[in-house]
Design a protein around this ligand. Structure first.
Ligand code: TPP
Ligand code: MG
Length: 584
């Protein structure tokens, strides 16, 4: 035991957990601990808004596999974290949010910056540690770090601000890191038997493959089985796109090849995916989920097994370990799928080729609204063609974050990766304003990799303030802003369901490139298809010189398929006053 101040115990516990970066906005509530950061080797990265800091911690965690840490002032600084923590929750990111609270002697009196900080986050964290006695500072701090890893999601460390002061005898706890196994031997045996008997096995590679560094065993298993591999929604980096068995992503704006192939499966191995309900919705008019197939689901979180889709076998295990274990079990078995292997691989080749051909020919949308928008747009670029050009110019080892919006969603078909931990989408919390701060956090964790955010113009206005963080903290990234002058994804619902009555969806924009320049970044307006690739390449090269670039892509207002056709109905009105808005 060593006598130290509570602030020192707190900071020493961060150090013991390998923390080198903390995102946030300075505040008196934690200044006594913050003051120690430089000497402890911890960089405090000041951000523009705490929500941005939370998303940065998320992006940082997702690319590095290490904790992302954020911290702010009690009260308003902490409530500003809410959206970011909810997003991290659904991205399974080990974010530790440190929330200094009002002092214990004034709590409940309605003093300054007071709110109960635990209930607010109770449903969007995996664990909440409250330092109820200052002498427990190191213990509870350490537990928040342990639990974020163990439960694969954000945790909250709540510390009454007066508890940073004072001293006690401490032993700094060593981190507890629990190794996951492949799952129970019986369920693995059963799964291996099913796969050995499969005539058309298909693998769904999910976020668990990415987080568990499971690419290599997933590839080996796919090759052994001759199984096409589809990636789960927004985890396009879970299998290398150049691999002959890769078929692309399922779900919204995903790959028709992936959908048509999984529809033929008699056995599906869902590897490291919770099979979230949004990620397997029908798309392109294809209701592709194979309802009669046997489903083997592997997830590290046992509560996800069989939650959404009916399963035949559930394996509670690490995706990489489970894939290794299945490889071992199947290595010397005769596989029913070997008989038609060549035929299956030929089907894969054909489906992929025909989807590529379709994508290449699909230069613009063809619904009546979009055709009008194209006419009105004159020489503006078609979003799909622009996305194809970005795909072609994508630098090696790029990290791409995507926001929520129509064009970002359409980009799903054009985002392919060769290595895991490369795609950081807003995932199922689906908040606009995610992508830009998330990629800044990713860049902080992996400065050597090109960092690119895809952002709609609406979402951009929510988040572009963080350009200041890029500049101040020398975290150079590239933002590709799709300027279609509208909240497009929501406008699409008004087109489809509300007879083209646009309430709140048209935007009037200033020049985002000019704003970027005024802030001290690089800004470029891109109007011609031929300039898209070179602009992206140049902007990524400029990151090496510390430059942040905003590419403002001038595109038509055409719109791809909507997010939630499943969740909307034609409007019904009962009052005469509103009769004109009724749609038959
Ligand atoms: C924080 C938040 N507010 C509102 C929404 C609802 N919403 C979903 S998509 C969208 C439109 C996005 O517009 P933009 O960023 O311009 O991209 P576009 O759809 O035009 O490509 C909105 C408002 C949301 N998802 N998140
Ligand atoms: Mg827009």
């Amino acid at each position: 035991m060593t006598q130290m101040t509570h602030s020192e115990a707190f900071v020493e516990t961060l150090v013991a957990n390998g923390v080198t970066d903390v995102f946030g906005i300075v505040g008196s509530a934690f200044m006594d601990a913050l003051d120690l950061f430089p000497a402890a080797g911890i960089r405090f990265i000041p951000v523009v808004h705490e929500q941005g800091g939370g998303h940065m911690a998320d992006g940082y965690a997702r690319v590095s596999g290490r904790h992302g840490v954020c911290m702010a002032q009690n009260g308003p600084g902490i409530t500003n974290f809410v959206t970011a923590i909810a997003a991290a929750y659904w991205a399974h990111s080990p974010v530790v949010m440190i929330t200094p609270e009002s002092g214990t002697m004034t709590m409940g009196l309605g003093g300054f910056q007071e709110t109960e900080q635990l209930p607010i986050f109770s449903k969007i964290t995996k664990y909440q540690g409250h330092v109820n006695n200052p002498k427990r500072m190191a213990e509870i701090t350490a537990r928040c770090f342990d639990r974020a890893k163990l439960e694969m999601g954000p945790t909250q460390l709540n510390i009454p601000r007066d508890y940073f002061y004072g001293a006690a005898d401490y032993t700094i706890p060593q981190p507890i890191r629990i190794e996951r196994g492949p799952g129970g031997p019986n369920s693995l045996d059963e799964a291996a038997k099913m796969l050995a008997g499969a005539k058309f096995p298909v693998i769904v590679a999910g976020g668990g493959v990415v987080m568990g560094d499971g690419s290599e065993p997933a590839i080996a298993l796919a090759e052994l089985l001759g199984a096409p591999v589809v990636t789960s929604y927004l985890h396009n980096d879970s299998f290398p796109a150049k691999h002959p068995l890769w078929c692309g992503p399922l779900g919204y704006q995903g790959s028709k090849a992936a959908m048509k192939l999984i529809a033929q499966a008699d056995v599906v191995l869902a590897l490291g995916t919770r099979l979230g309900p949004f990620g397997t919705l029908p798309q392109h008019g294809l209701d592709y989920w194979p309802k009669d197939a046997k489903i083997i689901q592997v997830d590290a979180d046992p509560t996800m097994l069989g939650l959404v889709k009916k399963i035949s076998v559930g394996i509670c295990g690490d995706a990489a370990q489970a894939a290794h274990a299945l490889n071992d079990r199947l290595a010397n078995q005769s596989l029913a799928g070997s008989a038609n292997r060549e035929q299956r691989l030929e089907t894969v080749r054909q489906e992929k080729a025909s989807w590529e051909e379709e994508l290449t020919a699909w230069t613009h949308e063809t619904d009546p609204y979009s055709l009008d928008a194209i006419k009105a747009g004159g020489n503006l670029m078609h979003p799909r063609q622009m996305l194809r050009e970005l795909e072609r110019a994508m630098p090696k080892a790029a990290m791409v974050s995507t926001d929520i919006g129509n064009i970002c969603s359409v980009s799903n078909s054009y985002l392919r990766f060769e290595q895991p931990k490369s795609m950081f989408a807003a995932m199922s919390f689906g908040n606009c304003g995610y992508a830009f701060p998330a990629i800044i956090g990713a860049k902080a964790a992996a400065p050597e990799r090109p960092a690119i955010a895809y952002v709609g113009d609406g979402a951009w206005t929510m988040s572009f303030g963080e350009i200041m963080t890029c500049l101040r903290e020398k975290l150079p990234v590239t933002a590709v802003v799709f300027n279609n002058r509208q909240w497009g994804a929501e406008k699409k619902n008004q087109v489809d369901f509300y007879a083209n009555r646009y309430v709140g969806t048209d935007l009037e924009n200033p020049s985002f490139a000019a704003i970027a320049k005024a802030m001290g970044a690089e800004g470029q307006i891109v109007e011609n298809l031929g300039d898209v690739g070179p602009a992206l390449e140049a902007a990524c090269r400029a990151q090496r010189d510390g430059k942040t670039t905003i590419l403002e892509m001038m595109v038509t207002r055409e719109l791809g398929d909507p997010f939630r056709r499943d969740a909307l109905s034609k409007p019904q009105r009962m009052l005469d006053k509103y009769a004109a808005t009724s749609v038959a």
